[in-house]
Design a protein around this ligand. Structure first.
Ligand SMILES: [Zn+2]
Ligand SMILES: [Zn+2]
Length: 87
């Protein structure tokens, strides 16, 4: 007799509602002391553990940053309702 223990297939890890903030540059997570993450002042879509990381990463991030900001501006323009000639 061989005991085969079949592990039931568990569904993939459920998507966490909100991932803990991690530094987009060095990947550091929240520290025990309570690191204050700084958001990118332009797009606010990425976080950094400090100003050094923000500056170091901006060379890589600036392209995405611009895209995010541009997209946001476009959406705002849409939302504010460009007066369309209703006829
Ligand atoms: Zn960092
Ligand atoms: Zn940015």
């Amino acid at each position: 007799m061989s005991t085969v223990t079949e592990t039931p297939q568990k569904p993939a890890v459920a998507a966490a509602p909100e991932a803990p903030p991690t530094c987009a540059s060095c990947g550091a997570g929240p520290a025990a002391g309570g690191t204050t993450f700084k958001k990118c002042s332009r797009c606010k879509s990425v976080r950094y553990c400090g100003r050094d990381c923000q500056q170091a990463h901006f060379a890589d991030h600036k392209v995405e940053c611009k895209a995010v900001v541009a997209e946001r501006v476009a959406k705002v323009l849409e939302a504010t309702g460009q007066e369309k000639a209703a006829g």
